[in-house]
Ligand binder design. Structure first.
Ligand code: SAM
Length: 282
C-alpha cells in the first residue's frame, strides 16, 4: 500500500512535459535540503564536476588558465550557481540558468552582498540569474563563448538532443560546451553506496526512465538514462564535435558519500561522465 506522501519508485515512460514539471517541483521542494546536505562539498565559489570532486580549477575542461577572462559563459542547471561564482572570480562573465525558483533563491543567498555583509568574509561576485528550462533558452543566437553544466538539466530531460541543440544555438562558432552526467554504466547497478551497489541488477541497455510518482501516478522526480553510445550520438546529432569524454577517478582522499556515490563504489566503477563538445564554425 502506497502512503499518500511517499512516492513510489518505478521504471516507466515519462515525456518531456511530465519530466520538466517533475524536475521543477522536485528541485523547488528539495533545494533547501540539497544545499544543506551538499553545499559544504560544493563550496560557495567552487566549480565541481561531480561527487568525485573533480574541480575545473584542476581539469581545465573549459580552457586553459587565463582563457576564461572576459568570456561570456552560460551555466545550465546551475542550482545555487557555485560554478558561476567561481567563473566570475576567474574574470569570466557567467549567466546562471535554472528551472527551479528555489535553487535560484539559494544562488541569491550565496551571491548576494547582503548575506556576506559584516561578517568580514570577501563578498562573492554576484552573478546574473535566469529562471528557464534548458529546452528553450531565452537568449539570442551566438550569445555565449562557452557553456557548462555540472549535472544540470541533461540527466533529467526527456529531450537531450533539443537541450544540446539549444545550447549550440546560443554559442558562438568556435564555442565549447562541457557537461557532466551520471556515468551511464551506473544504471545497471542499484543506486546504493554500499556493497549492494556493486552487483548489476538491471540491464544497462534498458532506457526506461527512473520515475518517482505520487499516489495519483503523477511523476514527482524523473531521471533519464542514455547509454554512452546514445550520449555520443546525441552530441553529434546536435551538431557538436566531441573532443573528450572524461571519467573522473575517485581520489583516495575523498571520504564523502553522495547518494549512491561512495569511496567503495568509486574505487571500482565510474560514477560521472564529462563530455567536452565543440561548436565548429558554420
Ligand atoms: C544536481 S543539480 C546541479 C546543480 C549544481 N551543478 C550542483 O552540483 O548543485 C541539478 C540542477 O538542474 C536543474 N534542472 C533540472 N532540469 C532542468 C531543466 N530542464 N532546465 C534547467 N535546469 C534544470 C535543477 O533545478 C537543479 O538545480
Amino acid at each position: 500500500m502506497i502512503q499518500e506522501n511517499e512516492p513510489e519508485a518505478i521504471r516507466r515512460v515519462a515525456g518531456a512535459g511530465e519530466s520538466s514539471r517533475a524536475s521543477r517541483g522536485w528541485w523547488d521542494d528539495n533545494a533547501d535540503d540539497y544545499q544543506r546536505e551538499h553545499g559544504g562539498f560544493l563550496g560557495d565559489q567552487q566549480f565541481v564536476w561531480g561527487p568525485e570532486g573533480l574541480e575545473e580549477a584542476d581539469a581545465r575542461l573549459l580552457g586553459p588558465a587565463g582563457a576564461l577572462r572576459g568570456r561570456a559563459v552560460l551555466e545550465i542547471g546551475a542550482g545555487a550557481a557555485q560554478c558561476s561564482r567561481w567563473l566570475a572570480a576567474q574574470g569570466a562573465r557567467p549567466v546562471a540558468l535554472d528551472l527551479s525558483h528555489r535553487q535560484l533563491q539559494h544562488a541569491l543567498r550565496l551571491g548576494g552582498a547582503a548575506s556576506a555583509a559584516g561578517n568580514g568574509m570577501p563578498v562573492p561576485p554576484a552573478v546574473p540569474l535566469v529562471e528557464a528550462d534548458a529546452a528553450a533558452l531565452p537568449f539570442a543566437d551566438g550569445s555565449f563563448d562557452l557553456a557548462c553544466s555540472a549535472y544540470g538539466a541533461l540527466p533529467f530531460t526527456a529531450e537531450p538532443v533539443r537541450v544540446l541543440r539549444e545550447t549550440r544555438r546560443v554559442l558562438r562558432p568556435g564555442g565549447r560546451f562541457v557537461f557532466s552526467v551520471t556515468h551511464p554504466v551506473r544504471w545497471a547497478f542499484p543506486d546504493e553506496p554500499g556493497p549492494e551497489g556493486l552487483t548489476a541488477t538491471s540491464s544497462y541497455f534498458d532506457r526506461t526512465p527512473y520515475v518517482e510518482q505520487d499516489a495519483h501516478g503523477r511523476a514527482v522526480y524523473v531521471e533519464h538514462h542514455r547509454t554512452l553510445g546514445d550520449r555520443v550520438r546525441d552530441v553529434v546529432a546536435a551538431g557538436f564535435r566531441l573532443t573528450d569524454l572524461v571519467e573522473p577517478e575517485w581520489p583516495p582522499g575523498n571520504r564523502q558519500e553522495w547518494g549512491g556515490w561512495s569511496p567503495l563504489r568509486g574505487r571500482l566503477l565510474p560514477g560521472t561522465a564529462v563530455f567536452v563538445c565543440h561548436r565548429d564554425d558554420d
